[in-house]
Ligand binder design. Structure first.
Ligand SMILES: C[S@@+](CC[C@H](N)C(=O)[O-])C[C@H]1O[C@@H](n2cnc3c(N)ncnc32)[C@H](O)[C@@H]1O
Length: 281
């Protein structure tokens, strides 16, 4: 199969077939991450924004909205004209609407998209109550990170909140000047918080479910996050480092648990196959 045929086959694969594809493959569920956890990733970003206070009248900016993994829950929840997505890969949004949202709901809720890679959120001309970047700033260059924070700072309402996931492997930070994918760009909490501060945003660490060893930060204009009492300010590295350690331990334990379960299932099925071959007593 040549490359074009392979891409077509991947794009038209069923959801069951897509679960076997590697992250980054050309299916709308695989291109944006692990296709086997697409549903859990939808749920994690939706519940986070609800916990932060997202209501149906609010306007939400979904940066790097991909195939509407989050959008498939946000679009029905929000009233019309309130979901805005930025996504350079137009085909992802098309496939997300075709397979997850549906044309009727699109007509009813009128989500708005910009297919650009320069984070130009201000071009929507909207003041956003909430913004989200799930698994996007985990792949950006330093320049892109700054551009994103600068843009969000300008279009986030005075009381708005911006939630974004990040990656930190504890090693050297990413120095490249381009988007890196499906690999990750590592940035420390301190670096991200400082870049946010330079753009007039305060940064708050957050422990929230994700299956990728990522950490979450919530950003708000200075002095505006007090109404979310469970957000704690970044008061130095030790607290955040501990949160990251625990998040990693939790993710490792979950993975080990899943592997042990698989080994048990294999052993059980092997035993039952062997028993079927036992002579009757
Ligand atoms: C790992 S996926 C996550 C997608 C989505 N947020 C989700 O939860 O499934 C990263 C997304 O960012 C998009 N992307 C790449 N470069 C971008 C840029 N410069 N600005 C915004 N999004 C970008 C990719 O096309 C992809 O859809």
């Amino acid at each position: 199969m040549d490359e074009v045929d392979q891409r077509t086959a991947q794009r038209t694969a069923t959801i069951e077939q897509a679960r076997e594809l590697p992250p980054g493959a050309r299916h709308y569920r695989a291109y944006v991450g692990n296709p086997a956890s697409y549903d859990a990733t939808s749920a994690a970003q939706f519940t986070l924004m609800i916990a932060l206070g997202l209501r149906e009248d609010h306007k939400l900016l979904d940066i790097g909205c991909g195939s509407l993994c989050g959008g498939r829950l946000f679009i029905p929840y929000l009233r019309a004209n309130r979901y805005y997505g930025i996504e350079p890969e137009a085909w992802l949004v098309e496939d997300g609407i075709a397979n997850e949202v549906g044309r009727d709901l699109e007509r009813m809720k009128r989500p708005v998209f910009r297919h650009v890679d320069d984070f130009s959120a201000t071009e929507f001309g909207v003041s956003f109550d909430f913004a989200l970047a799930q698994s996007v700033l985990t792949h950006v260059s330093r320049g892109q990170l700054e551009r994103c924070l600068a843009q969000v700072s300008q279009c986030l309402a005075p009381e708005g909140l911006f939630a974004a996931s990040f990656y930190d492997d504890g090693e050297a930070m990413y120095e490249g000047d381009a988007w890196v994918y499906p690999k990750f760009a590592s940035y420390s909490v301190g670096y991200v918080a400082e870049k946010a501060r330079q753009n007039g945003l305060a940064a708050f660490p957050l422990v929230w479910a994700n299956s990728y060893d990522h950490y979450w930060m919530v950003f708000a204009h200075e002095g505006q996050a007090d109404r979310v009492p469970w957000l704690g300010a970044v008061d130095g590295h030790p607290r955040m480092v501990r949160i990251l350690e625990l998040t990693r331990q939790l993710n490792d334990a979950n993975r080990e648990h899943a592997m042990t379960r698989r080994r048990l299932e294999q052993a059980e099925s092997e035993i039952s196959a062997l028993r079927q071959g036992e002579p009757d007593t």
